[in-house]
Design a protein around this ligand. Structure first.
Ligand code: NDP
Length: 446
């Protein structure tokens, strides 16, 4: 999805800023496998520091969320001991989970869709069966729980599982980096072929690495990590049941909200085929780590926090939070669907009457409906939901608000990158749109 980490990269199109030369440049873009693209995320220094800093952040956040103080400023921080870092069961579970999803991926379920046209003029085929995988995983888990499997042990295994996911991310990224030297130049991502090994390893060289028809990037994007996130949440809920006899209202809200988010992403899986992750970004450490470690182990910190820090929630409080999540989801889904529908078929009755402005590319921009309220209504809805996920954890700690804070920074940064790209693509028409719709994400604020 588009559900992921800030670490998502984006093609910078500064070179295309001047409209008259746009066509010639885009032809050049199609043919080149560049060594001259602008480097992102701090270039080589970022590529050196981020793979060290972010895995440590994951371990730190999990450890803090389970400590009695749960304070991110606690000194010394509650770092896990060496014995707590490694458990062979965690590796077996992680590899088994990835294998299960690989199996579900290749099962002939759901339809097959084509991605966008690649630089060599071909289009790749992708199975749209992520939602089936979620449902089958759900049924299998229910069976396991029914048979008495102690799902609550995921709470104890969280740190070793995260360690294994980080290790697998590194090893997998090395494999991806090495294999990228055997593919033709048109199969490389434009931004990931700088010739600097550290940076290319981090940002990703190959655009669509595949083993036969199995697309590694598309597989990792929405399946093992994203579905793993809701399974970890369920494990936290079961731990609460073990400790206190029944799940708390706060825990049930966090579980339900995040399950809805993941189910929505998988229900709309096809939309991922046009995201920058799939279309532009190479598959390297940045995306691998984001998909397999960052998302499952940091997006659901609230559930881990609630196991150790139970919160009483009034009915009114719960109703307010449910309403907030509902509004956020409504704005998020409606705005995303409106744009997707408009891009797929602008003559469809649901979008045909919306006001639009023409651009020199032939594509039009919506200036009414959701996209006439702010320039990124989908980000606004997403942020409302993020807030609703943290509120059940009360106001005593900042840690459960990690996701909403991180996500606000991510989306403001992402919006700026998208804005640059759109200005380069649409020139004057984009400026007109910005004048018509002056706010970026938050109505009347930003
Ligand atoms: P968007 O869906 O916001 O798409 C941006 C693109 O939409 C632009 O590049 C442009 O592309 C098109 N566009 C912009 N304005 C208009 C307009 N007025 N009319 C028509 N088209 C327009 O991109 P994202 O991939 O960033 O976000 C998708 C969803 O994923 C969002 O809801 C976001 O919140 C979510 N997300 C979640 C993350 C997570 O970790 N949880 C991480 C990142 C995103 P073009 O004109 O070429 O079609």
């Amino acid at each position: 999805m588009h559900i992921r980490i800030s670490l998502q990269s984006q093609l910078h199109l500064h070179a295309l800023h001047r409209r008259p030369i746009m066509k010639a440049n885009s032809q050049a873009l199609k043919n080149r496998s560049s060594h001259d693209t602008e480097r992102e995320f701090g270039g080589t220094l970022g590529a050196l520091c981020i793979p060290i800093f972010l895995p440590l952040t994951v371990l730190f956040l999990i450890s803090v969320s389970r400590s009695p103080e749960a304070s991110v400023l606690q000194l010394p921080p509650p770092l896990p001991s060496t014995e707590q870092l490694w458990d062979p069961l965690a590796l077996v579970l992680l590899l088994g989970w990835i294998a299960l999803h690989a199996l579900l991926y290749v099962m002939p379920l759901g339809k097959v869709s084509e991605g966008l046209v690649l630089r060599d003029g071909t289009r790749l085929k992708y199975p749209i069966n992520g939602f089936h995988s979620l449902c089958i995983s759900g049924v299998l888990l229910m069976l396991l729980v029914g048979l008495g499997a102690p799902l609550g042990c995921l709470f104890e295994l969280l740190v070793p599982l995260a360690v294994c996911a980080i290790a697998v991310s590194f090893l997998f990224s090395v494999y991806l980096y090495i294999r990228s030297f055997w593919v033709p130049s048109h199969a490389l991502a434009l931004g990931g072929n700088t010739g600097n090994p550290l940076y290319d390893f981090f940002i990703g060289r190959e655009l669509n690495p595949r083993i036969a028809k199995f697309d590694l990037k598309y597989f990792c994007e929405l399946r093992p990590g994203l579905i793993g996130w809701v399974v970890i949440n369920l494990g936290m809920l079961m731990k609460e049941v073990e400790l206190r006899g029944s799940p708390s209202l706060a825990m049930m809200l966090v579980n339900s909200f995040q399950l809805l988010y993941v189910a929505d992403a998988l229900w709309n899986e096809e939309a991922v085929l046009t995201t920058m992750d799939i279309v532009h970004d190479g598959f390297g450490f940045m995306l691998v780590f984001g998909d397999l470690a960052w998302v499952p182990f940091t997006y659901g910190l609230q559930a881990a926090f609630l196991v150790v820090h139970p919160q009483a929630l009034s009915s009114l409080g719960a109703a307010t939070i449910i309403t907030l999540n509902g509004i956020g989801y409504y704005v998020f889904r409606k705005s995303n669907s409106q744009k997707n529908q408009f891009r797929r078929d602008p003559t469809h009755p649901s979008v045909a009457r919306l006001e639009t402005i023409a651009t020199a590319t032939g594509k039009r921009l919506l200036v009414s409906g959701w996209w006439g309220l702010v320039r990124h209504p989908n980000y606004f809805g997403d942020l409302l939901m993020a807030l609703a996920w943290s509120l059940p954890c009360g106001f005593s700690h900042i840690l459960p608000y990690f996701y909403v804070i991180y996500f606000t920074v991510l989306l403001i940064h992402r919006e700026a990158r998208d804005e640059r790209q759109c200005r380069a693509k649409y020139g004057l028409a984009w400026d007109t749109y910005c004048r018509r719709v002056p706010y970026r994400i938050f109505p009347y604020i930003y």
